[in-house]
Design a protein around this ligand. Structure first.
Ligand code: ADP
Ligand code: MG
Length: 629
């Protein structure tokens, strides 16, 4: 084993930060923006391999700083680790310029305010090649990189063969241009006068870089949230409407003024377009999201491209809702005006149709239903907010958020580790509470689970009662009567013939055990006080919570005590079925219940005393016991 030479280490690191010419351009533009520039001009030769030159009109670099400007880890933007929490500049690692000097020849010309002349100096491998020389200069800084990757022949070769680096640079600058409406950008090839990017305002910017046809089909979008238990952010931007056609998604995303990618958000937006528009085109999206700096972890990747956010799921969900409702409205004005098909006819599903179409129709129908009332009115229902804030939680929150799932201890209890403690937790109670809370959160905004065969409620309730009774008929009438409310707020669809045809999606990827439908229908009929709004919503949410809770399947567990039962029956098919059902449940508990619980559940305090959470051991004590053995 040999210790690597420092210059080798630096060059390897540099190759990671500066992967292609476009990464160098990105760093240079970010520096210009950090320097408060209002004009940034870029010149490129040979796709950036021969020359990248970025000139800005920012505050410039002081003479005294020039000697260490290009050393690794020199920055003017950060001094303590804690500063990272509140940092507003795009740079902070002090690595970009240094990296460039290890893989190219860097020359800096700069002048600071009040100076009569500027300075020019070249760097190699982190250090100045000579003393800075005085020179004439205009306000700001010009950084020139020549012969990028001159010392990395393999990298240079692959890049020389690929012709698209200039277009990558143009694309990058276009994105910056769209976002920074107060900064003018230009980009041109060395030796030409024609700029390939040249911008002024945002929509102008979009029009001039992405074309008139794109700009024409855009709608403004905004969303925000201010509830620390969900998410805190402000978003504004543009999104393509139903008329826009493209084969590829264009997503220009800025978070706290940084150009970044957020795969979860992009995928969600794409899916929403595909599910909502009948002729699904890929979208054009520009979004600027502002969040408290301490909610963004920008330090997950050396190039700072992909970010992770606090409460990402919630943020993505609120943005998704906004995108969906914008799309549905724009889509409705189109399809509903042009075709005079009554809404109820549109629900009929052609079995030949791809699933996407079905979604689209359902979505349109859903919005048609919701349109009837003022949508604001449903969103602000105070009773729902009260029910959510009535949940008294605190003590168990930390366990829920930071526990590790170990496995199922028996049919009902899962074993969790939290710090040095082990807990048995009742998954039925937990899931019931989680479902209840999710019903309140998704209130009036559910996706639907479509029942393949709509189920006649009267028969369902009879099953529940296990005997002929007038109650069944009465309940059916009652529920038919309440169908509109159930449909609009809870996505429980009951048609005029008294068939149950849809149920809400409460947790994505989770469908309740239909064996419990009868009990659920009965409880809707019997337990709900329809007169008082808050009580009514509370009871329906609780009934849904009960129905969707992850109870033990009816078939006994073949890998537990249930084995006795199967020994007697000797029915292989039944055993196989039971095994599948139980395996599925365990999978769902681990991969759906616990992850969602960490994100969403506010565990009520009673759970500490009602047997939902039971501490079984602390590891310290266990170790002491083992030591004695
Ligand atoms: P970072 O941006 O992470 O601080 P860089 O290596 O990109 O690290 O830049 C190092 C320092 O050089 C910056 O902190 C800044 O003070 C200065 N600098 C770089 N580019 C410019 C510029 N265009 N205008 C003014 N100062 C700059
Ligand atoms: Mg920088």
């Amino acid at each position: 084993i040999r210790r690597l030479d420092e210059s080798v280490v630096n060059r390897i690191a540099a190759g990671e930060v500066i992967q292609r010419p476009v990464s160098a351009v990105k760093e240079l533009i970010e520096n210009s923006l950090d320097a408060g520039s209002t004009s940034v001009n870029v010149v490129v030769k040979d796709g950036g391999l021969k020359l990248i030159q970025v000139s800005d009109d920012g505050h410039g670099i002081r003479y005294e700083d020039l000697p260490i400007l290009c050393e690794r880890h020199t920055t003017s933007k950060l001094s303590t680790y804690e500063d990272l929490q509140t940092i507003k500049s795009m740079g902070f690692r002090g690595e970009a310029l240094a990296s460039m000097t290890y893989v190219g020849h860097v020359t800096v010309t700069t002048i600071t305010k009040g100076q009569l002349h500027g300075y020019r100096v070249s760097y190699r491998d982190g250090v100045m090649e000579q003393e800075p020389r005085p020179c004439a200069a205009v306000k700001g800084t010009q950084i020139m990189i020549e012969n990028l990757f001159y010392n990395m022949s393999a990298r240079r070769k692959t890049l020389q063969n690929s012709n698209d680096d200039y277009s990558k640079i143009v694309d990058l600058i276009s994105r910056f241009a769209v976002h920074h409406i107060n900064v003018s950008f230009s980009c041109r090839k060395h030796g030409t006068n024609k700029a390939d990017v040249h911008t002024v305002s945002r929509l102008d910017a979009i029009r001039s870089v992405y074309g008139v046809s794109v700009a024409r089909d855009l709608m403004e979008i905004t969303a925000s949230d201010d509830d620390p238990s969900r998410s805190v952010f402000k978003m504004e931007g543009f999104m393509s409407n139903a008329n826009y056609v493209a084969k590829k998604t264009t997503m220009v995303l800025f978070i706290n003024d940084r150009l970044v990618e957020c795969t979860a958000l992009k995928r969600t937006v794409e899916i929403t377009y595909a599910a909502t528009l009948p002729k699904a085109s890929k979208p054009f999206i520009y979004m600027s999201i502002i969040l408290p700096p301490e909610h963004v972890d920008v330090n997950v990747h050396p190039t700072k491209r992909e970010v992770s956010l606090l409460n990402q799921e919630n943020l993505v969900e609120s943005i998704q809702n906004e995108v969906e409702s914008k799309l549905r409205n724009s889509n409705m004005t189109r399809t509903f005006k042009s075709t005079k098909v009554p809404v109820n006819k549109m629900v009929r599903i052609d079995s030949q149709d791809p699933v996407g179409r079905l979604h689209a129709y359902l979505a349109s129908v859903r919005s048609a239903v919701r349109q009837r009332r003022n949508p604001k009115e449903t969103a602000d229902l105070t009773s729902i907010h009260e029910l959510l804030s009535d949940i008294d939680h605190s003590g168990l929150m930390d366990i829920v958020k930071h526990c590790t799932y170990i496995g199922m201890a028996d049919d009902i209890f899962a074993l969790l580790q939290h710090n040095t403690r082990l807990y048995l937790v009742n998954v039925v109670n937990l899931s019931k509470e989680l479902m209840y809370q999710q019903v309140l959160r998704r209130f009036a905004h559910f996706n639907a689970i479509q029942l393949s065969d709509p189920a006649p409620i009267s028969e369902i309730i009879l099953i529940a009662l296990k005997e002929e009774d007038k109650i069944s008929g009465m309940n059916t009438e009652l529920l038919k009567h309440k169908a509109e409310l159930l449909q609009e707020y809870f996505c429980i669809h009951i048609d005029q013939q008294g068939n149950l045809s849809k149920l809400p999606v409460i947790l994505d990827q989770y469908t309740p055990d239909m064996d419990h439908v009868p009990e659920f229908m009965l409880s809707l009929g019997n337990d709900v006080d329809w007169e008082n709004e808050k009580n009514c919503f509370q009871a329906i949410a609780a009934a849904l919570g009960n129905f969707y809770s992850m109870r033990a399947p009816l078939l006994p567990n073949p890998s537990g005590d249930g084995l006795q039962f199967y020994k007697r029956t000797l029915d292989d098919e039944l055993i196989a079925e039971a095994e599948t059902v139980w395996a599925q449940r365990e999978w769902t508990i681990q991969h759906v219940l616990f992850p969602s619980m960490r994100l969403f559940l506010k565990p009520p305090n009673v759970m500490a005393t009602n047997g939902t959470f039971v501490q079984v051991a602390s590891l310290e004590k266990l170790y002491r016991i083992f030591e004695r053995c």
